[in-house]
Design a protein around this ligand. Structure first.
Ligand SMILES: *Cc1c(COP(=O)(O)O)cnc(C)c1O
Length: 346
């Protein structure tokens, strides 16, 4: 096989020709001074789409998450996160190192917080406890599964947060996958959350960038925190131009990635890999290797030699992610390669 078929993540997507053209022709200005017209346009388009007061273009989802915590929390506060979340596991301890915040990691299986359990983790100010100020959730949940959080649960989580005076932050890195798969607008999904972030650089295929949304006051403060992190940028319109193309052209096509993920998952199941089809809801496939006599790192290495890249996520599990640079034909090749490989080792 000539082409490397890269299923590790949807972050590997390359910008489209239309994006590159738009980037080349972008009108720019100094965004730290608030004068980049293309950045402004992207941010306005996003606040309209999400029906949030304001938006801010940032380098990455990680930066959006960190800025949110810096904006909402004081050192010594507690925030509630789920134990498999990006903000808790994959941001180099940033919430603690940068904001001095104590995470309370709650274990949730399929993206549902048990609210009676959660209630016990909410601490008010007293002589001993770190006061709880925020709840973080992910939709899709989580980065190795891509499950859709039912809107009822998100709304419950929001009422809960309001009841206890907590901010609710949605890390919606792949919110458009949730939106397309559940046929629900992003503004409805995010209606009752205080702040939300999403990535332009994943399935939407932009080279760089994420968007953080919330109230005017929140974004105003968040801009100062972005500057503190060194994330103020100048002619960022060159990157924002790709984001505008993504909003116009790359959202609806996510449905194809979801169809492809289902197809691939069914094929993998047929050849004997551990797949729970009910859990293949968007573009991410969690593949259980318990029936295969090798560990995930070796499995991934061997497939890589054969031109297929997958991501080991647990000793006996790998992740496969479909995206715009993976075609139907590629999927047939993937199934062929894995089938041949398994026959050889069994
Ligand atoms: C990818 C991801 C992030 C981080 O985004 P980057 O742009 O890679 O920093 C945050 N949260 C979730 C759930 C993600 O999947």
């Amino acid at each position: 096989m000539d082409k490397i078929i890269d299923l590790r993540s949807d972050t590997v997507t390359k910008p489209t020709k239309q994006m590159l053209d738009a980037m080349k022709n972008a009108e720019t200005g100094d965004d730290v001074m608030g004068e980049d017209p293309t950045v402004r346009l992207l941010e306005e388009r996003c606040s309209d789409l999400f029906k949030k007061e304001d938006a801010m273009f940032v380098v990455s989802g990680t930066m959006a998450n960190q800025i949110t915590v810096m904006t909402y929390c004081q050192s010594g506060d507690q925030i509630i996160v789920h134990d498999r979340s990006h903000i808790y596991n994959l941001e180099v301890g940033g919430i603690s190192a940068t904001s001095g915040v104590q995470p309370r990691a709650v274990s949730i299986d399929n993206g549902f917080y048990d609210l009676s359990q959660l209630k016990k983790e909410v601490h008010t100010i007293d002589i001993q406890h770190a006061p709880t100020v925020m709840v973080c959730h992910e939709n899709t949940f989580d980065l190795n599964r891509g499950l859709i959080t039912p809107i009822e649960h998100l709304d419950q989580l929001s009422s809960f947060s309001r009841q206890y005076g907590l901010k609710l932050f949605l890390d919606g890195a792949r919110i458009f996958n949730a939106s397309i798969a559940s046929k629900m607008s992003v503004d409805r999904i995010c209606k009752n959350v205080d702040a939300v972030a999403f990535c332009l650089s994943k399935g939407l295929a932009c080279p760089v960038g994420s968007i953080l949304l919330g109230t005017k006051e929140f974004i105003h403060n968040a801009k100062r925190m972005r500057q503190r992190l060194g994330g103020g940028w100048r002619q960022a319109g060159i990157l924002a131009a790709a984001g505008i193309v993504a909003l116009d052209n790359m959202i609806d096509r996510l449905a194809d990635d979801h169809i492809n993920a289902k197809k691939l998952a069914m094929g993998l199941k047929e050849i004997g890999l551990g797949i729970d089809l009910n859990q293949v809801q968007t573009n991410i496939i969690y593949v259980n290797l318990s029936e295969v006599p090798l560990d995930s790192i070796y499995f991934a290495e061997q497939l890589s030699v054969l031109g297929v890249k997958v991501k080991p996520i647990e000793p006996k599990a790998v992740r496969m992610v479909t995206h715009k640079d993976i075609s139907k034909k590629d999927l047939e090749n993937v199934l062929q390669v894995i089938n041949d490989f398994l026959k050889k080792i069994r």
